[in-house]
Design a binder for this molecule. Structure first.
Ligand SMILES: *Cc1c(COP(=O)(O)O)cnc(C)c1O
Length: 493
């Protein structure tokens, strides 16, 4: 038993033990075997320093930089470091945000507000751009005009030009990815940025996932198409610290080429009786924890450290790509430009079953549903910490593909398929969802009355993959809605 500052007794051991019990159900964040959601440097000391920094600043508030000048100093340091990586001019400015989605949201909001005269603003993006842009479209009323990518999974420049011409004065933004999440390739940023600049539009490069690796890849002599501020016409870049800067979660950067480009991002309100609210991001109160954690990790790893980690992770990717070529039934969708690998299976094995079989062998790989006429694939975000385990990964892939082939195709029950496809994507009620659960018989009720998730997901994924995107979204929203129900505490009514 320990006490806190108010002498309120806290059963510290008990609480922390319960947290550890809860956490045991989660994917591991260390060890290099979780190939989505987490990014592992493999440097235990760096992780410890990052965690201690998060804890030390968890209660600090970025709402007011004059009250917490440490946070402003750390933010400016991180932007300075990123500016060096991203070939930024002296005019560059930047802001720390809570994550890639927030960086993207702000880039879109800024582009919209740079054209207050445009009534129905629109942005043009390759159809491989991150879903965060669709969220921005939804939040800010900026229409997302999707341009199908070419056969190389990179943005189609001529088609983008045609889309922009079609929009006329409505266009406010051109988007490129460096690289795209689903396929791991860099768009032709030079050409896309020129299209934007020629029309007086902004060009945002979404380097959320690649921004901390690609500069080192180029430095290591790899062939990387230009995508940074060195490219004329690039007006803003997003880069996540909580991905390949290996920082704790909750930190991304949004950089603008000039202060004027950032101006619309600021929000101030003196129209109430409290403090004058002054924000640079969507959040107002914001924890200093993620910022301090990112600062501590970046300072600890440093430029030379990131170069070494990049060499390791890119070597791991090369070995994986070469190894996959030797696994029957498996191939890379496209040669990766960075640290992300998309795997396709031939018709003899089901990609969702492959994911399940990898999980059985201690690896998390991420299913990606069919899209734009391409069948479902398997995503790997490779970390530096994966490097020493690549031989095991390749063995697991060989075994898992063999097991998936032996298991045969996933057959979705015709009745269940009919039930799902008859649902209304405009909204799925509780009754609909109960019916779906009953029809599918896939998801049972757990002991506490909540939903119990199946350990094998192939059937669920196959079912979702049958549904058109709007219906898939609706089913998953209904599912999340059902998951997010309050714990029923004993003794309370
Ligand atoms: C991860 C990612 C995002 C969104 O970032 P979050 O941190 O998950 O909000 C945006 N774009 C790309 C390319 C990404 O990989």
């Amino acid at each position: 038993m320990t006490t806190d500052q108010t002498d309120h007794p806290v059963a510290e051991d008990g609480v922390l033990a319960r947290l550890r019990t809860l956490q045991a159900a989660d994917l591991p964040v260390h060890g290099g075997r979780t190939l989505a959601y987490v990014y592992d440097s493999g440097l235990a000391d760096v992780d410890r320093v990052g965690r201690e920094a998060v804890a030390a600043f968890a209660g600090s508030n970025g709402l007011d930089p004059t009250a917490f000048p440490s946070l402003l100093a750390m933010e400016n340091d991180l932007v300075g470091f990123a500016a060096g990586l991203l070939d930024a001019p002296d005019t560059v400015v930047g802001t720390i945000t809570s994550g890639g989605t927030e960086s993207v949201l702000l880039a879109v909001q800024g582009a919209r507000d740079a054209h207050p005269d445009v009534v129905r603003p629109a942005m043009v993006l390759p159809d491989t751009a991150h879903a965060a842009f669709h969220k921005a479209a939804h939040y800010f009323g900026v229409e997302a005009v999707l341009v199908p990518v070419g056969a190389d999974f990179r943005a189609d420049v001529a088609a983008t030009a045609r889309a922009l011409d079609g929009l006329g004065d409505r266009a406010v933004l051109v988007v490129a990815s460096a690289p795209s999440y689903a396929h791991g390739v860099v768009d032709p940023v030079t050409e896309l940025a020129a299209l934007a600049a020629g029309r007086g539009l902004r060009c945002h490069v979404d380097a959320c996932i690649g921004g901390w690796v690609l500069p080192y890849a180029a430095r290591l002599g790899r062939d990387v198409a230009p995508w940074t501020f060195a490219v004329d016409g690039v007006t803003s870049i997003s880069v996540d610290l909580h991905k390949y800067a290996y920082a704790p979660k909750g930190a991304s950067l949004l950089l603008h080429r000039t202060p004027a480009l950032r101006r619309a991002q600021y929000f101030a309100s003196a129209a109430w009786p409290g403090y004058t609210m002054l924000n640079s991001t969507l959040q107002s109160t914001r924890s200093g924890g993620p910022l301090a954690g990112a600062w501590a990790v970046v300072e600890s790893i440093g430029d030379a450290g990131y170069e070494r980690l990049s060499r390791e992770v890119l070597a791991a990717v090369d070995t994986i790509v070469a190894g996959v070529a030797a696994v029957p039934g498996l191939r890379v969708v496209v040669e990766p430009d960075s640290t992300l690998v998309a795997l396709a299976t031939d018709e003899t094995l089901d990609p969702f079953t492959l994911c399940d079989e990898m999980a059985v062998r201690g690896w998390y790989v991420q299913p990606q549903m069919s899209h734009a006429g391409h069948p479902a694939t398997v995503h790997l975000s490779v970390s530096a910490a994966t490097r020493p385990h690549v031989p095991e990964l390749l063995t697991a892939l060989a075994e898992a593909t063999a097991a998936a082939r032996a298991a045969g195709p996933v057959v979705v029950d015709a009745g269940v398929a009919a039930f799902v496809t008859a649902l209304d994507p405009a909204g799925i009620s509780d009754d609909d969802f109960d019916g779906l659960l009953a029809a599918a018989g896939l998801i049972g009720e757990s002991a506490d009355g909540g939903l119990a998730l199946p350990t094998r997901m192939a059937e669920v994924n196959a079912l979702l993959d049958l549904a058109a995107p709007a219906l898939r979204e609706a089913v998953l929203v209904a599912f999340l809605d059902r998951l997010q129900r309050p714990t029923r505490l004993p003794g309370r009514r």
